[in-house]
Design a protein around this ligand. Structure first.
Ligand SMILES: Nc1ncnc2c1ncn2[C@@H]1O[C@H](COP(=O)(O)OP(=O)(O)OP(=O)(O)O)[C@@H](O)[C@H]1O
Ligand SMILES: [Mg+2]
Length: 248
């Protein structure tokens, strides 16, 4: 569904983490947010999820002003933040972790959702009775994504979903986002993995020091050498090295 953030600012003490960001994601669109470390990507996603308070600005979702809505009420409206650290409840089983994601749904819907998630990530079915603590990093990432899907999200806020994943795991997760979610679920994607983001995005924007300094459509994303040159420039504006990732 349609997300609009207008003039959003977030401050942490003296730190201006976000400064007047205006950004919108239309229903079903994948919008990538690029930016160096500390440029405000996570802060933006968390502000939309209601996990950090905004100091000014306005967020509307599906026409409703949600700026002051507590996080759990945003979850009830289908807004799910998927954290970059694959945080799962380690002592709960894989199955219980998934059930937490579907806690607002009727039992029949939850069973249906579980079937689908296990279809998408069979390993979660195989390890359903095991504590989530035994999962590898890649499997935990599948679990956090699966848990979000259990809630029937209409807006997914992905915070670096490919961070630290092996190529193999990345290739298992990418098609799920590209196939199952694309076009159905609105997605904001903060990502340093340019190759993965470029495969998914409809539009992109670039944050530098908490400000949105550039945005463009899919056809405007530079490719090959130009991509690296362009992003090196953006990262340098923030006084950072660009991430050393291959352009896969
Ligand atoms: N809870 C907090 N308290 C104080 N400062 C914070 C807090 N969270 C973020 N910041 C600061 O806000 C700025 C933006 O941080 P944020 O985590 O949004 O960046 P990011 O673009 O997600 O970076 P990364 O690519 O490293 O994940 C940084 O200067 C950061 O130090
Ligand atoms: Mg971040």
């Amino acid at each position: 569904m349609h997300l609009k953030a207008r003039n959003l600012s977030v401050t942490f003490g003296q730190v201006k983490a976000l400064q007047g960001v205006t950004l919108e994601a239309r229903p079903g669109e994948v919008v990538a947010i690029f930016g160096a470390n500390g440029s405000g990507k996570t802060t933006f996603l968390k502000a939309v999820a209601g996990l950090v308070p905004v100091s000014s600005g306005r967020i509307t979702y599906h026409g409703e002003d949600i700026t002051a809505l507590p996080a759990h009420e945003r979850v009830a409206r289908g807004i799910h933040y998927v954290s970059d650290r694959a945080r799962v409840a380690l002592r709960m089983t894989v199955r219980e972790n998934l059930d937490v994601g579907g806690y607002l749904r009727k039992p029949a819907e939850r069973r249906e959702a579980l079937k689908k998630v296990v279809d998408l990530f069979p390993v979660l079915g195989e390890k359903a009775p095991s504590p989530a603590g035994i999962l590898s990093g890649g499997e935990r990432q599948m679990l956090v994504i699966g848990r979000a899907l259990m809630g029937n999200p209409s807006l997914l806020l992905f915070d670096e979903p490919f961070l630290g994943l092996s190529l193999e795991v990345r290739e298992r997760i990418l098609p799920v986002i590209d196939g199952e979610l694309r076009g159905r679920t609105t997605i904001l994607l903060a990502e340093h993995d340019l190759g993965a983001a470029i495969r998914l995005l409809d539009r992109y924007c670039v944050f530098v020091n908490g400000e949105l300094i550039h945005e463009g459509g899919r056809s405007e994303v530079p490719t090959g050498e130009r991509l690296h040159a362009a992003f090196r420039r953006f990262y340098q504006q923030a006084g950072e090295e660009s991430p050393e990732r291959e352009d896969r």
